[in-house]
Ligand binder design. Sequence first.
Ligand code: KG4
Ligand code: ZN
Length: 334
Amino acid sequence: MIVLGIESSCDETAAAVVRDGRMLLSNVIASQVDVHARYGGVVPEIASRKHIEAIAPVILQALVDAGLTLDEIEGVAVTRGPGLIGSLLVGLSAAKALSYVRGLPLVGVNHLEGHVAAIFLTDSPPPAFPFIALVVSGGHTTIYMVEDFHRFGILGQTRDDAAGEAFDKAAKLLEIGYPGGVMIDRLAEQGNRTAFAFPRAMRDGLDFSFSGLKTSLLMRLRKRGAPFSPEELPDVAASYQEAIVEVLVDKTLRAAVEHSVPRIVICGGVAANTRLRERFREEAVRFDIDFFVPPPILCTDNAGMIAVVGEHLLNEGCRDGLDLNAVSRWPLSR
Ligand code: KG4
Ligand code: ZN
């Protein structure tokens, strides 16, 4: 089956064509990073308007890149939520219009199930079910037991900020630019990871908490009464990043060991982080666990991952009508 995926939940307008839930024929992503950079974060109203400008050209480009026309598309999958309502509605409206005009089956997809499904788009053999998935993005930090494409059980989740938020808020405090995760990742490459002591919230079982970490950076800045020097910044970035990475790796491994599931997938924007990938690879070898991570471009928001879930839903006979609506928060199961 050839499925067109559409994703517009936050600040990336994306469309992709996927064959048989495995082969990525095209993957177009129009990022709004430059637009939101001056505000230091995503401005929802601006994001919606930018999606409106980008959605049609992005979909057309996805078809061109795949070397296909709409005649060859057999289904349309679109992110339904969670996300920014105005942003989601743009993708949904485009998907509904295409479905209606071309008589194509339409299905709404959970963005988080999409992030996990990105692992099925890589060249290497995908993990067998069940596996442990760490979804780590700007809005979520959750460990799931993934039994099937849409059978997820929550093993642990953040009690306050998401890991991506911890990166983004720190970058804002440090005034090192946007998007925060990418900036800290880059700066940290030249930094000393043990130069500054930042707290690790290791208690609370498999749940996470990152608000204390952010506060500790804020308190440090207040106490100094001056910003960090350019020489100090790489060390701060590396030490702060290490505090996030250590907790993510520790708790996800603990989940795999406690539940006797020796397969871990990490996904979502923060899974693009160089140090996180490196630490997971090292620990997976030590614990004899199979570790899977999509390439960075499939960790951050994309529509290929939405098409993968859509393909499975369509094959199972799921169909959504033109009354399909956006949801800002969505429990995991349909
Ligand atoms: O999955 P995503 O693109 O959008 C959401 O669904 O939230 O994730 C965006 C998040 C942002 O917080 C961003 O700072 C973070 O992923 N991120 C990174 C890196 N690239 C993106 N965090 C750390 N290191 C990176 N290289
Ligand atoms: Zn996402």
